[in-house]
Design a protein around this ligand. Sequence first.
Ligand SMILES: [Zn+2]
Length: 196
Amino acid sequence: MTIHELRTRLYGAHGGDMQFTARCPAHEDRKNSLSVGLSDDGKRILLKCFAGCAVESIADKLGLAMADLFTKQDAPKPQKVGELTYEYTDASGRLLYRKTRVDYSDGTKNFFFKQPNGTKGVKGVQRVPYNLPAVMAAQTVYFVEGEKCADAITKAGRVATTLDSGAKSKWLPEYADHFTGKTIIIIPDNDTPGME
Ligand SMILES: [Zn+2]
């Protein structure tokens, strides 16, 4: 809660907005024994009764938990903590589009697509599985969720692919042509979209 909200619960408040005295609710107080202020960082309301009442009992009398003495802070704006770009090419290796993944400090992520000419999105662009040239040449292909996972398998010396929107990607009929006659090892994420 804010120090202003706390003030409305106290009797006899006197002084400034951020530092004032009031009757202590935890003992029979006739002379504003309670001092109310903010910690140096402004994040916590400080209560001190000069008659010696414990902060817990003062908060209790006001119907507050100790956690309520922390002032509300505006949620910090999530910061960009990472950005990765993946290239999607046709079977000959010609760049069709790039997919960028942005990670934020609150754990959320965002994806966007861009065409080689700078146009945002993939409207009208041929969609392909990731690593298509390598997929075409391979006999065994690992089918995973996400480029990060595919790259890890590639690094381990195997051929891996994914679709460009994870497990929620739409399967296009023409994708089947790229995999006909090959051994496909499917490794979904161990979650509901993966199982579906
Ligand atoms: Zn007191």
